[in-house]
Design a protein around this ligand. Sequence first.
Ligand SMILES: O=C(O)CCC(=O)C(=O)O
Length: 323
Amino acid sequence: MRCSCLAGFISLFYNSQPFLDLSNSGSELDVMSDKRQRARVQGSWAKPFPKKPTPTGAASTSGVVKPTASSPSPAWGVGPRVFEYQQPAQPFRDVPAEKTLEKRGDYEISSGPSGVSRLRLIPGFLSPEEADWAFSKLLSELPWSQKTNYRQGEAYEEPRLTCWYGEVPYTYAHSTMEANNQWHPLLITLCTAVEKQTGHHFNSLLCNLYRNCKDSIGWHSDDEEGLGLQPTIASLSLGDTRVFSLRKQPPPEENGDYTYVERLRIPLTHGTLLMMEGATQDDWQHSVAKEYHDRGARINMTFRTMTSDLERHGSGVRPAPRH
Ligand SMILES: O=C(O)CCC(=O)C(=O)O
């Protein structure tokens, strides 16, 4: 309500600005303003503007406010004007302000038909010394490689390096990372620490290496079939801080338009643990965008619990991937 009135006021203000332009063609003032405008073109006289149509009394550009009376006065070429407020056809909507989560805590970020979406944020899960040591070891000792993904049949190189650990292969963006049981001993130590903190058991791990500000991961949900329904995912970050963004899935009537959805940003600092639980992967997407300023390397580990096709379907037939 407050918003629509304000919009009406703003339209009234803007629609009153072309006051001079609405004067009768041929009036002294019209000729002057025409000359002044032409004089501005490259500092010299330009061609005259085409003749303006005679105002009919309904000259509104937006249709929100229209003058309803006009009796030309000899002095100004325009008589007293009466403005009438008209309700905009479409109500104006606020884009919700993005919220930042930085403090340790449990956050219920939404509640809907799929259930409650929950985040648990634990900055300083690893001490700075532990995080420094783990970062340099994993940076130099993990088998990082760049994966090729496919979108609408087009191949593209992922803008980051990755490696995968788990008993089952991991497929997303039409590209598969093979099963890999060769866990680095430090990854086993970190997984055990995360399990102790969270009370969840994890059997798989996706590691991402963002080499600099240009590396990123696009909007997605971790909703691969092998993760099961409402998966709990634990994300541990090391290295330079990057912003982890979340946006709510729009309701069906928005036809995939994310303009008015709720948004969260979480700066994930060196040694921070973030848990995503409940309906988070059903109702939200997340991403780490490229940055405009230099960033050092960052490692992110997402601990997951995956089941094999055989466990889910009781046969060796693999269903079509969901991406
Ligand atoms: O780097 C991050 O914090 C996010 C990684 C991520 O979204 C993923 O592995 O699915």
